[in-house]
Design a protein around this ligand. Structure first.
Ligand code: AMP
Length: 127
């Protein structure tokens, strides 16, 4: 399905430097910053710099370089924030909401990295 990207979304404005962000990591193709309304002690949003609406859009249309860069950034943030499950970190959750059923608020692809406390079951309630 062809996606239409709204360049007035808040993450597009962050990428253009029109509004500030609390940057955690910036690479050639990826920006990561703290969520403005954190749901856990660690709540980082990871976004590609390219104009992708949601995860499947990015997965199908981004270049190999963008996809590798994005995934390496996710790994780096888990390491930086000491989230890796094991002796030190206790684990984390990544979430990518998409569209109406996924309750995506910002139509620029992003992954939430949440951690720093027990996060409960994956889904709560029946919707
Ligand atoms: P989603 O429902 O997956 O689209 O989540 C969008 C996320 O963006 C929410 O967790 C918001 O708290 C977060 N958010 C919205 N505006 C900003 C902002 N200016 N800086 C950082 N995070 C933001």
């Amino acid at each position: 399905m062809p996606y239409s990207y709204d360049d007035q979304n808040i993450f597009a404005k962050i990428l253009r430097g029109e509004i500030p962000n609390d940057t955690v990591l910036e690479t050639e193709h990826t920006l990561a910053f703290n969520d403005i309304q954190p749901q856990a002690p660690v709540h980082v949003l990871v976004i590609p710099k390219g104009a992708y609406v949601c995860h499947d859009h990015f997965a199908l249309e981004a270049s190999d370089a963008e996809i590798i860069d994005f995934n390496r950034a996710v790994g780096q943030i888990c390491s930086m924030k000491n989230l890796q499950p094991g002796e030190d970190g206790a684990g984390y959750r990544t979430i990518a909401n998409a569209g109406e059923h996924g309750v995506q608020e910002v139509p620029h692809f992003h992954i939430h990295i949440l951690g720093g406390r027990p996060l409960g079951r994956m889904l709560s309630g029946s919707g």
